[in-house]
Design a protein around this ligand. Structure first.
Ligand SMILES: [Zn+2]
Length: 312
């Protein structure tokens, strides 16, 4: 394997600057040039140009062995997709106990505010987080110590959002930010300023969409946090199959969205169970007719799971 000294030095610089500045002064890695896509879900509409740069940063991260809970996450460290790694019922067949506050800093509430929407079924889909009312520009803080895995913009869903992998085993997601103040691979402490609240993406009114995830899948944040008080429910979190009951209607294996972008900007999607041309057209901000044309198919073509379609 070849490691480029340039990337390593950028990374080290970012890491050292971060430790020095307490995680609040990390804009030296420039914003990614992103391909903006639209999707029907609030999650997972992720494809990006400049993927090779991202891959190199990830490589460095592996090199320095800094990935939190790498074993719990099959060594996957992905700065583009929220719902990784692959998830199946076997992963939680036995209860998993996570000591939430083993790390020094404990928990800091991301932002205090009125709950405007809870985890659960909402309109025609599952709302995978909890919405906390705020005023655009309000500070949003990291909940626990950890490392930023994703910091990007998603037009159709989260808007500006940040995902942090924590040393205690969970990940937290912060959506609809007006400004992101951290980049992937930033080391953060609980309470570090990570962004400013806002109303970006699929959002009506300024609020923080806050999620707690395990192995890429959301669990009810009320299991972890008492949102009235802004404190942890308990120092430990027991995770089992029940926490993922809302996924059961998709079958016991949840297949993450698989999107690949070629260097010339073409985007390919691997068909999953339940995918439709209509859903794809919305996810990738195109039309059914255009997808049919790109692939030489019609709306009556049977599309097997696993078939790769060009969507843009
Ligand atoms: Zn929300």
């Amino acid at each position: 394997m070849i490691y480029k000294a340039k990337y390593i030095s950028i990374f080290l610089f970012a890491l050292l600057a971060n430790l020095h500045a307490g995680g609040q002064e990390l804009a030296m890695i420039g914003p990614d040039e992103e391909l903006i896509l639209t999707g029907e879900d609030e999650d997972l509409v992720d494809a990006e140009r400049g993927a090779s740069d991202t891959a190199m940063e990830e490589l460095d991260f592996h090199l320095f062995n800094l990935i939190p809970c790498a074993d719990l996450y099959d060594d996957v460290w992905d700065s583009m997709n929220v719902d990784v790694p692959e998830f199946s019922r076997n992963d939680v067949a036995e209860c998993i106990v996570l000591p939430l506050t083993d790390h020094d800093c404990g928990y800091v509430h991301p932002i205090h505010g009125r709950i405007t929407s809870d985890f659960g079924w909402r309109r025609y889909r599952w709302h995978k987080g909890i919405d906390i009312d705020l005023t655009t520009g309000d500070s949003v803080f990291a909940a626990f110590d950890g490392v930023v895995r994703i910091s990007k913009y998603n037009y159709g869903g989260f808007g500006n959002y940040v995902v942090i992998r924590h040393y205690n085993g969970v990940e937290t997601l912060y959506g609809h930010l007006s400004k992101r103040l951290v980049e992937p691979n930033t080391v953060v402490r609980a309470g570090d300023l990570i962004g400013l609240g806002g109303n970006t993406g699929r959002s009506t009114g300024s609020h923080l969409h806050f999620e707690v995830r395990f192995r890429g899948q959301a669990i009810d944040p009320n299991r972890v946090v008492n949102f009235e008080e802004g404190v942890l429910v308990s120092d430990t979190l027991d995770i089992d199959l029940e926490d993922f009951a809302y996924l059961f209607d998709r079958g016991w294996t949840y297949t993450p969205v698989k999107t690949e972008t070629t260097s010339d900007g073409k985007i390919y999607h691997t068909m999953r169970s339940g995918d439709t041309l209509w859903a794809l057209s919305r996810r990738y901000n195109t039309t059914v007719a255009q997808i049919c044309r790109l692939n030489g198919i019609s709306t009556r073509t049977t599309l097997r799971v696993g078939r790769v379609l060009r969507v843009r």
